[in-house]
Ligand binder design. Structure first.
Ligand code: ZN
Length: 206
């Protein structure tokens, strides 16, 4: 969606000891497909000890009504702070982030309240903001359902075989586990969109 609007897109990824680091290889390929520069920044995994997405061991099942064990402390605040610095340094007009609140997974930093608060921070905490032209925070997926997101991706020509959603992909080829909460939500989205997911799963035919 950013590519449709802008001649220059920088795709930003983070390596923070996530167990689903396979997403970084996917991001590199997708950025190349889109003709975008791909920047990968590292954050110390020591920041996130205690998150099931960083700590080793089996993934705990989510408990309805609670913030999941896969919550990563202040992750989107940190990611957006880095993206904001890069955007301001390069004179970019927009920072885009794919947070989604409709199929709300219990993550506080995926909600409209968080997005609105961060936009206020941009306005008061950056030179561009104080000078009256703050970097705009763009969240086009915020209120879309997972099914709508899949349909939009298909319309835009996204190669979903090159995307990764699983929290616990298999080492090596990155096949999705098919059992974690992220895999369930992805399956729900593809089913709602009436689209066959081309991404390989553990146990599925190649
Ligand atoms: Zn999974």
């Amino acid at each position: 969606m950013a590519r449709r609007e802008s001649r220059t897109v920088v795709a930003l990824s983070f390596e923070y000891g996530q167990r689903h680091a396979h997403e970084l290889a996917c991001a590199a390929r997708l950025a190349e497909d889109a003709g975008a520069e791909h920047v990968v920044l590292g954050l110390s995994p020591r920041l996130f000890r205690g998150s099931a997405l960083v700590d080793p061991g089996p993934l705990p099942a989510p408990t309805p009504g609670t913030i999941p064990a896969t919550y990563v402390p202040a992750r989107n605040t940190l990611l957006l702070a880095h993206a904001l610095a890069l955007a301001e340094a390069r004179g970019a007009r927009d920072v885009w982030i794919g947070v989604n609140a409709v199929d709300y997974g219990g993550y506080p930093d995926c909600r409209p309240e968080f997005v609105e608060a961060f936009a206020r921070l941009i306005a008061v905490g950056t030179r561009a903001g104080v000078e009256g032209a703050p970097v705009r925070l763009r969240t086009p997926l915020l209120r879309m359902s997972k099914g709508e997101i899949v349909r939009r991706g298909v319309a835009l020509g996204v190669d979903f075989a090159r995307t990764s959603t699983c929290y616990d992909p298999r080492a090596g080829d990155g096949a999705a586990c098919g059992a974690c909460d992220a895999c369930h939500q992805r399956a729900t989205g593809f089913a709602a969109a009436g689209v066959v997911d081309p991404r390989p799963r553990v146990g599925s035919a190649p």
